[in-house]
Ligand binder design. Structure first.
Ligand SMILES: [Zn+2]
Ligand SMILES: [Zn+2]
Length: 379
């Protein structure tokens, strides 16, 4: 019986660092199948519904920060992950994650720095992804402590899914829901690195879908995927292979994106509920079957202007105090828009600001620029 994931995780972390180059080369040759996926935009529900995110946040600002353009990978009803550009780079991190059983709990202590290499963030101006998404955030170490039930049980009814972290991957990466700050299909719109990850405004690196850098091994009975992480309610996340070893689809899962059958859980065969991460929206979970543990506010983003923007100021909490003169306000607005202060100043021209001109120069909708400047001034 495995009562402690510590040694397993340390091994994985070391492995992730040592074979970084190989990993990236393998991905670069395009081992995944080229195909289109249904676009999840608008699939938000106010109760459990298959193929939807039962979102705690029901109203989204369509002009919230995020990707500012889209390309040929995005169709009206589908998107093609093979065609979408990735943030370049090959940055290694000192991953530190220990998962242990402590009595009836499973405790995750982690610095949230991935066991695999990442792209270079903030997205660099010469990056192929920059024209679509100017994520200005850097990847920063977090202080994750999650204390979840080791053998979780169902809540009285399924719970809604917050913005921000909904689970944690064994690759030391936060798992978010399928939505970007506008409530759209995040993996389809946002530009991520080759591992499908990117940082939000407090620097938390996260996935919105199944990362190609998570090795989806199938050593469970019947060729079922292995454990790849935990949801905040303690139930496991498994990969995209079901009981027959075939790709799981939404129709195989319940409204929360999981199901119950016999799995290997802490070294025992158990008939236990679990989620599957799949290639199909909502990718992670649709709702919580159990009761999620609380996470600190800085790691969630349920509030308007919250951290899932992926585009907010790097240290938004500190800088957004509403203090400072016009220069600081301009700098805050620039950070929010993912441009430099100089670029923004030049684009809007001498007072009063010319938002139409700025829109043409920066390639950002005029309303988004106006809103960012209002917000930066505390209006
Ligand atoms: Zn399963
Ligand atoms: Zn994100």
């Amino acid at each position: 019986m495995i009562s402690d994931y510590g040694s397993l995780i340390s091994t994985r972390a070391a492995w992730g660092r040592s074979v970084t180059a190989t990993l990236v080369i393998t991905l670069g040759t395009g081992t995944a199948l080229a195909h289109e996926l249904p676009l999840g935009d608008g699939k938000i529900s106010n109760g459990p519904r298959k193929g939807y995110v039962f979102s705690c946040q029901q109203n989204f600002n369509p002009n919230a920060p995020g990707a500012q353009a889209s390309g040929d990978w995005l169709g009206k009803t589908t998107w093609d992950p093979e065609k979408k550009p990735h943030v370049g780079g090959n940055v290694s991190w000192p991953a530190d994650i220990v998962i242990s059983r402590e009595g009836d709990n499973r405790v995750v202590r982690a610095n949230n720095l991935p066991t695999h290499a990442t792209g270079i963030f903030p997205i660099q101006r010469n990056d192929p992804g920059y024209r679509y998404d100017r994520n200005p955030n850097s990847i920063e170490k977090q202080d994750i402590v999650l204390q979840m039930p080791a053998v979780p049980s169902f809540a009285a009814s399924p719970g809604c899914v917050p913005m921000g972290m909904v689970g944690f991957s064994l690759t030391n990466v936060a798992i978010f829901n399928a939505l970007d700050a506008r409530g759209d299909d995040a993996p389809a719109h946002e530009i991520q690195d080759k591992c499908s990850g990117h940082p939000q405004q407090s620097g938390q690196y996260h996935y919105h879908n199944l990362s190609p850098c998570v090795t989806d091994t199938k050593s469970q009975p019947g060729g079922h995927s292995d454990l790849i992480g935990f949801a905040l309610d303690g139930f496991g996340f498994f990969g995209k292979y079901g009981e027959n070893g075939r790709h799981i689809k939404n129709e195989d899962l319940d409204t929360c994106h999981g199901h119950t059958h016999t799995i290997n859980w802490d070294g025992e065969q158990r008939d236990l509920y679990h989620y599957h991460m799949t290639e199909e929206y909502p990718y992670t979970i649709g709702c919580f079957k159990g009761t999620p543990v609380n996470v600190p506010n800085s790691m969630s983003a349920g509030l308007p202007g919250g951290s899932e923007a992926g585009q907010g100021p790097k240290h938004g909490g500190k800088r957004n105090s509403g203090q400072g003169g016009p220069q600081q306000a301009l700098a805050r607005a620039a950070a929010e828009l993912g441009v430099t202060t100089q670029q923004l100043r030049k684009a809007i021209g001498a007072p009063p600001p010319d938002f139409q001109q700025a829109s043409r120069v920066l390639g950002i909708p005029a309303k988004q620029i106006r809103d960012a400047m209002r917000k930066a001034r505390g209006q």
